[in-house]
Design a protein around this ligand. Structure first.
Ligand code: NAD
Length: 327
């Protein structure tokens, strides 16, 4: 199978590419390295089965570079994943998330690609009335990012129906692990490395969300590749997340403890009266994952706390290593 991964040099993409190569697939990677890094795809760059093109998916002929390849599956991960920034700059989010996805779907249509995965997000639900939130819950995003993901979901469904492209929409919870360059753990480590006695927390710290480790995420996507051909529908939607959740305050404590810091003063910066970290921050997020568990027999191997602990350990070691290399 020949698999094209957009955003394959990013956090999730690069771990997925490593695994796909390990399993013997031919992998085609497109990334403009806006947030991805060459360092992440070292394994790909030295593999005979991996082909990397640095280009921007907004450019009309970016995808055409793989015109001569019969792609069996596109896993579309490229995006601007910054939820907070989407409030200040909706146009960038529109271009990077909606327009880019349109280009990728157009490539699938013109090239006759018959399988398509789209990395959507738990943010499409907004402030869900039901928690854990199942896939058939209403979609009412509260951020521009969530709205762009929801728009691409429906675009994907229309391409699926119109051009008979089998599609899976993956609504991801917070994914964490080595190589992540955004999110709360990364932010706390960066801040505490600069000022070890104080920690600025966006929001009132009571936000509670579900976190999934990267290897569990990759495992779910790999299992879904095996499932798509047997799927009785043309498209389907799966929540991919953990079965429990953890508060921002608890995450702060894990990071402080892992960095072996003593008395750290926490300074809270709520962006809204109800204590959100930024406008568009979903305060409580826990996905119902019973559908994916039942359909493909996948379940997370570690809970949210363990995922946070592992990620903090790894990212702190990374920070120390980078610092000693710089000095
Ligand atoms: P990331 O920023 O590490 O990866 C995105 C990759 O896309 C980067 O390598 C970036 O350079 C590339 N890219 C962006 N715009 C591009 C363009 N115009 N042309 C070519 N390449 C481009 O982010 P990630 O955390 O790995 O997220 C991957 C996907 O999963 C994204 O679609 C994101 O919205 C979605 N997602 C992530 C999470 C999470 O917690 N990490 C949660 C829900 C959904």
């Amino acid at each position: 199978m020949k698999i094209l991964v957009t955003g394959g040099a990013g956090f999730i993409g690069s771990h997925l590419v490593d695994k796909l190569l390990e399993l013997g697939y031919d992998v085609y990677v497109i990334d403009n390295l806006s947030s991805g890094r060459l360092e992440n795809i070292k394994y790909c760059l030295s593999s005979r089965n991996c082909f990397f093109e640095k280009c921007d998916l907004k450019e009309p002929n970016c995808l055409e570079r793989f015109n001569s390849v019969n792609i069996d599956l596109i896993i579309h991960l490229a995006a601007n994943p910054d939820v907070k920034a989407s409030y200040y700059d909706p146009e960038t989010n529109y271009n990077e998330n909606i327009y880019v996805s349109f280009r990728v779907l157009e490539f699938a249509r013109k090239k006759g690609v018959k399988r398509f995965f789209f990395a959507s997000s738990s943010t499409v639900y907004g402030d869900a009335e039901k928690i854990p939130t199942p896939e058939d819950h209403s979609i009412k995003p509260i951020s521009i990012y969530g709205a762009c993901k929801a728009a691409v979901e429906v675009l994907t469904i229309s391409y699926s129906n119109s051009y008979k492209i089998k599609s899976l929409i993956l609504r991801l919870a917070n994914i964490i692990g080595p190589r992540s360059t955004h999110g709360v753990i990364y932010d706390f480590i960066r801040k505490l490395s600069r000022t070890p006695d104080t920690l600025e927390i966006l929001g009132d710290g009571s936000q509670r969300k579900s976190y999934l480790y990267i290897s569990d995420t990759v495992d779910a996507i790999i299992k879904l590749i095996g499932y798509i051909d047997d799927m009785e529908y043309l498209y389907d939607v799966f929540n991919i997340g953990n079965e429990d959740w953890i508060t921002v305050n608890e995450i702060a404590d894990v990071v402080i403890e892992t960095m072996r810091l003593g008395n750290v003063k926490k300074i809270y910066r709520p962006a809204t009266l109800d204590g959100r970290g930024w406008i568009g921050d979903v305060k409580f997020m826990l996905l119902d994952i019973s559908k994916i568990k039942k359909r493909i027999g996948w379940k997370p191997s570690m809970n949210s706390r363990r995922a946070v602990e592992e990620t903090a350990k790894y990212l702190i070691e990374e920070t120390v290593k980078t610092r000693s290399e710089d000095s």
